[in-house]
Write a protein of this length. Structure first.
Length: 450
């Protein structure tokens, strides 16, 4: 059995802690059994392991999230498949299926489970996944879904309506799907025994690759990926589930929650405050998360969520937290993430200045973890000055290596080949200057550090 975890999202619903590079599933705000902080994706993979289902996990994601996944799930040895461009859930799942078929050489009768990477749920959820696998192996249906037993007539989720004759069965044939109904229809659906669509699917690998071949038939995974734009931009539900001739659903009744809003997330936080915070004892139903080094004080507040990071500050009534995405659009498309995790470490933006002549200066603090390195690369539209403030490492400039330590300064000119490798954790102040300072101004080349 193979598991495909879907990791996407634009990082807007839990702003300012989440952003395009650090979506909500990567925020280390939850509490693990050993008392440490963990993210939603770390929690889910830990639960998969505890359920005895950690045979093989492939994460389907974007290039922007690949480093974060690699860092957070390094102990589990997951495979990562990156989309060349965002094209909805069907292309993402099809690409991951092509990877299993053509790179991992999985047979056509291999059972595959697709699930989101961030549900807040309990062990029974994963026991239901095991039932789905058995149902596929028993050929109960070509496609088996998990249906979440609703707790209310919500308009936030799609619904799966089973055949009336199967209402009390463990495995129920699907009658129809309803996409995010209005409240009145949702109430009616509950009387029909409808279940929430939790986005969990199980099938034989060959079932999906046969659909994949209708769009892109190629001998190698690399070619399938290079032709990714030929897949329709459509959800898996619309392309596969709603067109399938043989679909069954297995209900799950238990704790299940989408922590996609501040209101929902704060209900599961272990403490009312995180970070350097002073909260008035008179404050009611207030949660404060502060990632900044400066203190944050809240007095006499009621039903508020306050979140502060280098990306911005949010002060919101919890009842209005679902409106956040709409208001973020007013910030415009140029708001860049001020903090990112990378495969080599992390960086945070300290300052960003644009001068009247169009020249820009961006200052970052980098931490390169011991044994890690920044790739051998060239920038075409900027220069960089690195000031080593702590640690030791080896720098390469135009093919020549030398040691660096605290107090050393390295000047990287435009079009100059360069890289740096940390011997110990290496802290650097990086000052970029040029008329265009973007993360995509980079060309990478191989380099042998031995």
């Amino acid at each position: 059995m193979k598991i495909i975890l879907l990791s996407g999202g634009s990082g807007q619903r839990l702003w300012p802690l989440s952003n395009g590079a650090q979506a909500k599933q990567f925020l280390r705000l939850l509490k693990s059994p050993d008392g440490e902080k963990e993210s939603m994706v770390q929690r889910v993979v830990r639960q998969i392991k505890e359920a005895g289902l950690l045979e093989s996990i492939t994460v389907a994601t974007s290039a922007a999230q690949a480093d974060m996944i690699s860092n957070q799930l390094s102990e589990y040895g997951v495979d990562i498949v990156t989309e060349p461009a965002r094209r909805d859930t069907f292309p993402a799942i099809a690409l991951a299926a092509a990877y299993l078929q053509k790179e991992k050489h999985c047979p056509a009768d291999e059972t595959v489970v697709v699930m989101p990477c961030d549900p807040y749920t309990e062990s029974g959820y994963f026991q239901t996944i095991a039932k789905m696998v058995k149902a596929v192996e028993a050929k109960a249906a070509d496609l088996v879904l998990m249906g979440i037993t609703p707790t209310n007539p919500s308009s936030k989720f799609g619904y799966i309506v089973p055949q009336a004759a199967d209402a009390e069965k463990d495995i129920r044939q699907v009658h129809r799907f309803v996409e995010k109904p209005k409240h009145e229809l949702a109430e009616q659906l509950l009387t029909e025994g409808a279940l929430w669509n939790g986005g969990v699917f199980a099938f034989r690998l060959g079932y999906i690759t046969s659909i994949l071949d209708k769009y892109v038939s190629a001998p190698s995974f690399a070619e399938v990926r290079s032709r990714y734009q030929e897949f329709p931009k459509i959800s898996f539900d619309y392309e596969v589930a709603e067109r399938a001739e043989s679909v069954a659903v297995i209900p799950f009744t238990g704790q299940w929650k989408d922590l996609g809003t501040w209101n929902a997330l704060t209900e599961e936080l272990p403490n009312q405050t995180i970070g350097k915070v002073v909260l008035d004892p008179e404050a009611k139903n207030t949660h404060v998360v502060n990632e900044l080094s400066m203190p944050l004080i809240c007095l006499g507040t009621d039903n508020l969520v306050v979140a502060a990071s280098s990306d911005g500050i949010l002060v919101a009534d919890k009842a209005h937290s679902e409106e956040l995405k709409t208001h973020l659009a007013k910030l415009g498309p140029d708001a860049r993430p001020m903090y990112e995790e990378r495969r080599w470490g992390e960086y945070k933006v300290i300052d960003h200045i644009e001068f009247p002549d169009g020249q820009k200066v961006l200052t970052k603090q980098l931490c390169i973890k011991a044994g890690k390195n920044i790739s051998y690369q060239v920038h075409h539209q900027r220069e960089e000055v690195w000031t080593i403030i702590n640690g030791t490492g080896r720098v390469v400039l135009s093919g020549e290596e030398r040691m660096v330590k605290a107090g050393d300064v390295v000047h990287v000119r435009r079009e100059q080949f360069h890289a740096i490798r940390a011997i110990t954790d290496l802290y650097i102040i990086e000052v970029q200057s040029g008329d265009r300072l973007t993360e995509d101004d980079i060309t990478r080349y191989p380099y042998n550090w031995e």
